[in-house]
Design a protein around this ligand. Structure first.
Ligand code: GH3
Ligand code: MG
Ligand code: MG
Ligand code: MG
Length: 294
């Protein structure tokens, strides 16, 4: 687990780094609040923070307030490690948003157990996040999360005038799969489909399970023609790569896909845009399945 150390004193930073490494953490260092905020904006955002009080520029308590006021909903566990001591300092630090408080000079064994307590909370938060955002069966985004990502994509596309396409995928005659092979085999087929989606999509495309056997894919920076190419790759991969069951039986599947490219002038809102892709999917079903319609 990454731990961000924010302290203007090089000796303290060095002591904390070596202690944290010894305890199995990965230390990330910042000399002031600005550097700390930069480190929090990176991809491997540390969620456990040790923050000094007195620093040039923004103080530790002000940095705590700043982090708590961010709107991105991320959780950070903050231990304030400071030369200050006494109840007034504890109250001020924790009112500013710190989760814990320790005075310098600190006892290494005390810091170790405090950090262990913080890392338990960070892990719990990560588990909760995972449960709240992922589909338990396939591990792709759940409906709540893909809806949120979808709203963000539309906002970004509107703001930046960037292109963005949407794909709605529904497995054909899936009820018959359950009826023929059983519900557990049907579950395996759903996982297999999500694997194929992940293999055939780019890293920044997002897959969500929208309903039982229906998936939504967000394709940033993709126009309708490119989306069609991606959809065709997926359609054909699913048709020609059956799910292999443990007893060597195979489940052949096909999917129908509706695609639409976001058009600010035409799509009044998120649901109007979704509606266009969903209508295309409906047409794909009506005209024979195992096909793409835009
Ligand atoms: P269509 O080609 O028109 O989409 O037909 P369909 O049979 O796929 O569609 P329908 O909506 O009638 O049936 C969907 C089926 O998906 C019914 C339901 O039992 C199955 N299903 C939904 N969620 C799950 C799941 O989590 N696991 C399994 N095994 N089956 C599921
Ligand atoms: Mg200091
Ligand atoms: Mg279906
Ligand atoms: Mg369906």
């Amino acid at each position: 687990m990454d731990v961000l150390i924010v302290d203007d004193d090089a000796v303290t930073r060095f002591a904390l780094c070596s202690a944290l490494e010894e305890w199995g953490f990965i230390p990330v260092v910042a000399e002031n609040a600005d550097q700390a905020l930069e480190k929090l904006a990176t991809e491997t955002t540390p969620h456990l923070l040790i923050i000094d009080w007195s620093m040039p520029g923004m103080s530790g308590p002000d940095l705590c307030k700043h982090i708590r006021e961010r709107e991105d909903g991320q959780f950070f566990y903050i231990l304030m490690l400071t030369g200050k001591e006494g109840n007034e300092a504890i109250i001020e630090a924790m009112e500013a948003g710190a989760d814990d408080f320790l005075s310098k000079p600190f006892d290494h064994r005390v810091l170790k157990v405090r950090i262990a307590a913080g890392s338990r909370i960070v892990r719990l938060e990560q588990t909760l996040n995972q449960l709240a955002s992922r589909d338990a069966l396939t591990q792709c985004w759940n409906r709540r999360m893909i809806d949120e990502l979808f709203a963000n994509s539309i906002a970004e596309s509107t703001r930046k005038h960037s292109i963005f396409s949407l794909m709605v995928i529904d497995i054909d005659h899936f009820k018959a799969v359950n009826d023929t092979y059983g519900h557990a085999a049907g579950d395996n087929a759903l996982k297999h489909v999500v694997n194929i989606l992940n293999i055939n999509l780019r890293e920044y495309d997002q897959v969500g399970r929208y309903g039982g056997e229906e998936f939504v894919v967000l394709l940033p920076a993709t126009d309708q023609n490119e989306a069609w190419g991606v959809a065709e790759r997926i359609r054909s991969a699913i048709q020609f790569q059956p799910t292999i069951l443990g007893d060597d039986r195979k489940i052949d599947l096909t999917v129908s896909i509706g695609i639409a490219e976001f058009d600010r002038n035409r799509d009044a809102n998120q649901s109007a845009f979704f509606e266009r892709a969903d209508k295309a999917l409906y047409t794909a079903k009506q005209t024979g399945r195992n096909r793409i319609v835009s």
